[in-house]
Design a protein around this ligand. Structure first.
Ligand code: NAD
Length: 357
């Protein structure tokens, strides 16, 4: 008999091209009146547009969000929210900006309305991360889950292909690991398979024809499903490797996910047969005739023009031993036991950019 635990996370999702027009009404629905708008410096213009749409409901813009939420940035944003007497945060951007909103919510309980503009999926999770003294600490707290998420595919149209593709592969990775998670459950697995399918079919079109709204919308739909998977079940080897490479070797987040994913799937191939069958079935929509899920994921990354080798994104060959050592310390659950020699080989293959056989 099948046994499982499934917790649904409470958030409201509004998904449609043009959904940003609902922003003021959604803030009213939250019962908020004084929004602090968050963005990266690069997305300041989008934040100003959001602030304008909110009119008197906006009390200011904080535009200093950066990758991995440095504690100093979090503290400055928390102070600004406090001094302006904000009663909610509106985060427009990718995982970095939404992560900053979460850092504010963690100590203030301010509700977050998230407007994601990448495919990273943070908006659907109660997971936060803050970096202090070079160490990123992550945790789960229901207070940081955005109360409302506005998915407007029009906002992803400006995402350049070299960010859109890897960001989408980051989402695929959440779905893949959800299928062999220790606490996998039938609902999350449905979402994961559908998420891979939506992303695999849309990413090549979203990247080759950046003005294809349908492709961007389908990728965003896949990203929503992927975020829901990440928020609901635990991740495994792939995410552990990416956290190690990002945290200790400062590699770029989405590109690292893109490169490692085929190799992590190859590693787990024989230990998660049902998950592999589902991943293979979902990837069939990519029209890439890969011999295995691992090879197809590699081909998908290649098709969208993403980097394929760790050596091309700044990883030094003489750091691979240390990376393997860190990644095998306190390992996450993984369907196949974590062995140093095999992980060292995986990292070597990923460093060279080999197609998993
Ligand atoms: P990002 O938020 O760092 O954005 C990358 C760059 O793209 C930024 O300069 C941003 O301003 C720009 N950008 C974003 N959307 C754009 C658009 N539509 N048009 C033009 N430029 C745009 O990248 P990301 O991959 O979304 O997020 C990565 C971060 O999110 C990492 O720190 C990662 O750890 C975190 N993350 C957290 C979770 C979680 O559940 N907590 C989930 C996924 C990712």
């Amino acid at each position: 008999m099948r046994a499982f635990v499934y917790s649904s996370l409470p958030s409201r999702v509004v998904f449609r091209a043009g959904a940003l027009d609902d922003l003021a009404a959604e803030i009213d629905r939250l019962g908020a009146h004084r929004a602090l708008v968050l963005s990266t410096p690069e997305q300041r213009a989008s934040a100003d547009d959001v602030s304008k749409r909110l009119g008197a409901r906006s009390v200011g813009v904080y535009d200093k969000a950066v990758m991995h939420v440095p504690i100093e940035t979090a503290q400055a944003a928390r102070e600004m929210a406090k001094s302006l007497n904000a009663d909610c945060c509106v985060a427009i951007g990718g995982g970095s900006t939404i992560g900053l909103g979460k850092a504010i919510a963690l100590t203030s309980d301010l509700p977050i309305l998230a407007i994601p503009t990448t495919f990273a999926g943070s908006e659907m999770t109660p997971i936060y991360g803050i970096t202090a003294e070079g160490q990123k600490k992550t945790g789960r707290d229901p207070r940081v889950l955005p109360k409302t998420v506005i998915y407007d595919p029009l906002l992803t149209m400006t995402l350049p292909a070299n960010i859109a593709g890897p960001s989408g592969m980051n989402a695929v990775a959440h779905c893949v690991e959800a299928l062999y998670a220790q606490d996998a459950n039938p609902i999350t697995s449905l979402m994961a398979e559908e998420g891979i399918s939506a992303l695999a079919s849309s990413l090549p079109r979203a990247v080759s024809k950046p003005d294809n709204l349908d492709a961007r919308a389908e990728a965003l739909y896949g990203a929503w499903l992927a975020g829901a998977c990440l928020g609901n079940v635990g991740m495994a080897l792939h995410h552990k490797l990416c956290h190690t490479l990002g945290g200790s070797f400062n590699l770029p987040h989405a590109q690292t996910h893109t490169i490692i994913l085929p190799h992590a799937v190859r590693y787990n191939r024989d230990a998660a047969l049902v998950a592999m069958a589902r991943i293979g079935r979902a990837l069939a929509r990519s029209d890439l005739p890969g011999a295995s899920p691992a090879a197809t994921l590699y081909d998908l990354a290649q098709k969208i023009g993403a980097p394929l080798a760790l050596r091309d994104i700044g990883m030094k060959a003489d750091s691979l031993d240390e990376a393997a050592r860190l990644a095998t310390q306190n390992p996450y659950y993984n369907p196949r036991p974590i062995e140093y020699a095999a992980i060292r080989q995986l990292l070597q293959d990923a460093w060279e950019g080999l197609r998993p056989g």
